[in-house]
Design a protein around this ligand. Structure first.
Ligand SMILES: Nc1ncnc2c1ncn2[C@@H]1O[C@H](COP(=O)(O)OP(=O)(O)OP(=O)(O)O)[C@@H](O)[C@H]1O
Ligand SMILES: [Mg+2]
Length: 242
């Protein structure tokens, strides 16, 4: 089920090689309402992937809090956070993170198996049905032989298997041709709308950007909100907020 995602005083710094550290972002407040479709854009290296990792509990922020409804995910143990992520987040990684030697169906089942002993027949069937619905070939022995667009569909099916309340996609149309990109965009939005899930995606793709309710730009450690259609131009609101 989709719930409000609220981040406050969110800071991330990474260690550098000289024993110091550098700041990736400093975000006083970001609220992503349940069921919203939100885009994040910004230059390469500005910290977009890192922000998605922090918001979904893959990575811990240096300071600050993140709440999903009433759950403060920044207060959870690593194990509880992993379980929370399995139950609530569908993540489509920038480079897919598929297991090359495994079949499409088994790739889709990977997050489901976390912390569980076996896969019920109906879940295996749902994985196969999702691959059909998304137009991904499910009869290949290994995902390594799939085209990039096909791999993207397998990654999407894997993200959707647990019916997540929050679908997160990191540049889901990057390096797809325009037609395949459009198919993935339509599938993402159809799936989010069918389940009422919140959709949060990093992208540079104008076709994807035009579909969001709200777009933010991450630049020079700040997250700035843009009016639709002015992405890449000057900000209309100076800071992220709810
Ligand atoms: N584990 C890490 N340790 C140190 N620095 C890191 C780490 N992960 C990322 N960085 C640095 O943090 C910055 C942000 O990286 P990130 O991958 O979030 O950028 P991005 O906006 O997603 O870039 P792109 O558009 O190229 O995908 C980069 O300068 C990167 O080198
Ligand atoms: Mg990235």
């Amino acid at each position: 089920m989709a719930l409000d995602l609220l981040a406050e005083n969110l800071r991330l710094t990474y260690a550098d090689t000289r024993g110091g550290s550098f700041s990736v972002f400093d975000i006083p407040r970001l609220k992503i309402p349940a069921g919203a479709h939100v885009g994040i854009t910004g230059p390469s290296g500005s910290g977009k992937t890192s922000l998605l990792y922090v918001l979904t509990g893959i990575e811990r922020p240096t300071s600050g809090s993140i709440r999903w409804g009433d759950v403060a995910i920044t207060d959870l143990s690593e194990r509880a956070r992993d379980r929370w992520r399995r139950d609530n987040i569908g993540f489509i990684f920038q480079d897919f993170h598929l297991l090359p030697a495994m079949s499409p169906v088994n790739n889709v089942l990977v997050p489901y198996t976390f912390g569980r002993w076996s896969v019920p027949a109906e879940i295996r069937q749902r994985a196969a049905d999702l691959l059909d619905q998304l137009g991904a070939p499910k009869d290949r022995h290994a995902v390594s032989v799939l085209s990039r667009g096909e791999q993207q569909r397998v990654a999407l099916a894997r993200a959707l298997l647990n019916r997540p309340g929050l679908i997160v996609a990191d540049e889901p149309t990057a390096s797809l041709d325009a037609a395949s990109g459009q198919v993935i965009i339509n599938l993402l939005f159809d799936m989010a709308k069918q389940t009422g899930a919140t959709l949060l995606s990093v992208t540079h793709d104008p076709h994807l950007i035009e579909r969001f309710d709200v777009v933010y730009r991450l630049q020079e450690q700040s997250l700035v909100r843009f009016d639709k259609g002015t992405v890449g131009q000057k900000p209309v609101v100076s800071r992220a907020g709810g």
